[in-house]
Design a binder for this molecule. Structure first.
Ligand code: ADP
Ligand code: MG
Length: 698
């Protein structure tokens, strides 16, 4: 149970005054949690600050500068009646000069109240010159003498979402801070002193009520404190999961390799050295009485599927069952298509189960699975359902780990007795960070690409030349090649995303006819499969897609990849997308269409893609570039799975957090000491509830 002390932080944001259901929707979008909670808002840290400490005389005000000036009000000049578009002006002065305060669409009674003639008020905002006179349009703050005392010297600025005003977020944050309890200290006191870090709650208060603009920088002590907390919580949760997994006894299940040999014979190629190495490690793990918890990391196209299949064959030979789970329907079907001939070669009985298998077909699969008449089940989330029960599940393979959490890994592992776990990921995570995300797993890597792959010719093209690109694609189609056309991410919403993709699809279809197909995330499973199948078989030659094709799709005949608005994609994403081509024996071309002018970071991203196809190198560069902000100048969100820790700033704390977590669990594995109790608060704050459940399960 979560300590009662923390409950106020997990209350819905709508418990704050002034936030109703309408605003809650906007906050849900901004904060990425539904329903948005107090804690989500408190963890939404400022991206900038307005310094209101400058108090010059009017004579000394610099245009464009944020200032707070003392203005004695001389007179009001209302907008003429029936011309409410004209500004409402208020003229005032101090001992050194004059100023006009300008409002549009203002309510006169309100202005007369806040700026009464003959009195002095403190007005804060950005001043400009207009018609030779100093003016301030819509001052942000207008206060009297008493208000001045409580005027924040620095106003935080927050990342926003459309429809949500900065003032509203500031007020909501103030409301949220009132709910912030003082929590027991979970960090080591000497360490805090050495790093000069404030307590947790104090850190949040400083960040949201900065006394100096440097307070809100990620390098500041309060931000570092929170980042370290988050990293420590992450490391503790990983280690607890790992300890739990290891405590579960495993069962050795490996035959002498009869089925593996049959599959290897059926392959039209031989394994690369690192594929062979990974298979050896896995087979060795499977033979041990401990549980396997292994991550297989390999760039797109490095051939993870066949490794997974060989792992499955190993436990099947021992008379047990295996499951392979993919994050999307498309991928599950594709795995199944790849696996079927291999399974057939080794007389492995395999089936697929997704949300689409229903009725009698589904019942039949479930029955055979429970009886042990099926050896291998491929599927999606559907494999988690309660009705899915195996006779003797020995191995769970989970593809594309970042879409599933620890939580789901455990759920699948619970479907059998001492299930071994193999996680596949194509997300090239820099070595320096692997332990942070996968600290609970052993690691196998596929470093080289299968032999015979040709380098991809990657070019950047200005969007204004899209007509030429279409012509070039047309020529490629005529020579029998197949092409992907990836449509841009539109920021505002998924809907407009789709509209843009559909418009492009309609246009290309008008040009090239019905060899053009489309897939996007909103399509029904069957429609998606049908479109993919048409593309895979060559009935369709041009596939217009949103990023649903990003992971795993394998059509070796595809040799052209066009990515529209490449500058809007992240480096890792572009790399994944490009990995869809260059898989066959023909030369491939990737065209990155960008909208000029490009920011420095976007320019660098595209240059790296032109330069290399090495996923690990790209991951390192990505990490480096993130530090420099993205095109829009907003700070990129941090490491996946982290809300506050930023890789480029806080990676220095990673080792410390890992060492600390190891030491803590070594001394107090069940977190029962006083510090252990405090650390449970930390785990709850960062929503590692699952790890705490494991503690209680013992
Ligand atoms: P990923 O690691 O992206 O999941 P896949 O498993 O989909 O990669 O493999 C990509 C392609 O490479 C498939 O068409 C597969 O048949 C092929 N492949 C896998 N291993 C080898 C190999 N050792 N030699 C040649 N081709 C291979
Ligand atoms: Mg794959």
């Amino acid at each position: 149970m979560r300590p009662a002390l923390l409950n106020p932080l997990f209350a819905a944001l709508t418990t704050l005054s002034g936030i109703g259901p309408k605003l809650a929707k906007l906050y849900a979008r901004l904060l990425g949690h539904e329903p948005p909670r107090i804690i989500d808002l408190l963890f939404h840290l400022p991206s900038g600050a307005v310094d209101r400490r400058s108090r010059p005389l009017l004579r000394d005000v610099q245009p464009g500068q944020v200032v707070t000036v003392a203005v004695t009000v001389d007179h009001h000049k209302a907008s003429p009646p029936h011309r409410s578009r004209a500004p409402y002006r208020i003229y005032g002065h101090d001992e050194s000069g004059d100023i006009s305060l300008t409002y549009f669409n203002a309510r006169a009674d309100h202005l007369e109240k806040i700026l009464p003639v003959g009195e002095t008020r403190y007005v804060s905002g950005t001043a400009e010159f207009y018609d030779g006179m100093l003016q301030m349009v819509h001052p942000e703050r207008v206060v009297d003498e008493a208000g001045l005392a409580s005027l924040p010297p620095i106003d935080p600025v927050y990342p926003l979402t459309e429809g949500l005003a900065l003032g509203n977020v500031r007020r909501a944050v103030e409301g949220a801070l009132a709910h912030l309890p003082d929590v027991p200290e979970w960090q080591d006191a000497p360490w805090l002193a050495q790093e000069k870090l404030p307590p947790f709650s104090a850190a949040l208060r400083i960040l949201h009520r900065p006394a100096d603009p440097t307070d809100i920088l990620p390098e500041s002590a309060p931000w570092r404190r929170l980042a370290f907390d988050e990293l420590l919580a992450g490391q503790l949760a990983l280690m607890l999961t790992r300890a739990h997994m290891r405590r579960q006894p495993g069962r050795g299940s490996a035959g002498e390799g009869r089925l593996r040999d049959k599959i290897l014979k059926a392959l039209p190629y031989s394994l690369t050295p690192s594929q062979q190495g990974a298979v050896d490690q896995i087979v060795n793990d499977l033979a041990q009485p401990q549980r396997m918890v292994r991550l297989l990391q390999g760039d797109v196209g490095s051939g993870k599927t066949v490794v997974a299949m060989l792992a499955a064959a190993t436990v099947i030979e021992a008379g047990r069952q295996a499951a392979i789970m993919a994050p999307t329907e498309i991928l599950a079907r594709q795995h199944f298509a790849t696996i079927m001939p291999l399974a057939a070669a080794a007389q492995i009985r395999a089936a697929i189960l997704t949300g689409r298998e229903r009725g009698a077909e589904r019942d039949e699969i479930l029955k055979r699975l429970a009886l042990g008449d099926l050896d291998l089940l491929v599927g999606t989330h559907a494999l988690f359902q309660d009705e899915v029960s195996f006779k003797d599940l020995a191995l769970a393979v989970v593809d594309e780990q970042h879409r599933f959490g620890v939580h789901q890994r455990l759920a699948l592992a619970q479907k059998g007795d001492a299930v071994d776990l193999l996680v596949l990921t194509a997300t090239p995570i820099p070595r320096t960070l692997v332990l942070t995300f996968y600290g609970d797993m052993d690691l196998s890597e596929l470093r080289e690409k299968p032999a015979g792959r040709l380098p991809i010719d990657t070019r950047t093209v200005d969007l204004t030349r899209i007509a030429e690109v279409e012509e070039a694609v047309g020529r490629a189609l005529q020579t029998g090649q197949r092409a992907y056309w990836v449509c841009p991410l539109v920021e505002e919403s998924e809907k407009s995303d789709l509209a843009a993709a559909e418009a492009r699809f309609a246009e290309l279809r008008a040009k090239f006819g019905d060899v053009v197909a489309m897939v996007h995330g909103r399509m029904k499973g069957a429609e998606k499969d049908a479109a993919m199948a048409r593309f895979a078989s060559g009935h369709a030659k041009l596939l217009v897609a949103t990023t649903v094709i990003e992971v795993g799709v394998d059509v070796p005949e595809a040799t052209v990849m066009v990515i529209e608005h490449a500058e809007r994609f992240g480096l890792a994403q572009l790399h994944q997308l490009r990995g869809r081509i260059g898989r066959g024996s023909e030369r491939s071309t990737c065209l990155l269409l960008y909208k000029a002018p490009l920011g420095e970071t976007a320019k660098a991203r595209l240059a790296i893609l032109r330069e290399t196809e090495d996923g690990f190198r790209i991951a390192e560069e990505d990490l480096r570039l993130r530090g420099e902000g993205d095109l829009l100048g907003t700070r990129q969100s941090g490491m996946p799975g982290f809300r506050l820790a930023l890789p480029e700033v806080h990676r220095g704390y990673l080792d410390a957090a890992r060492d600390d977590a190891a030491l803590i669990l070594q001394r107090d594995p069940a977190l029962q000491s006083a510090r252990g109790e405090a650390l449970r608060h930390l785990l709850y704050l960062f929503e590692k509830d699952e790890a705490i459940r494991l503690l209680q399960a013992g």
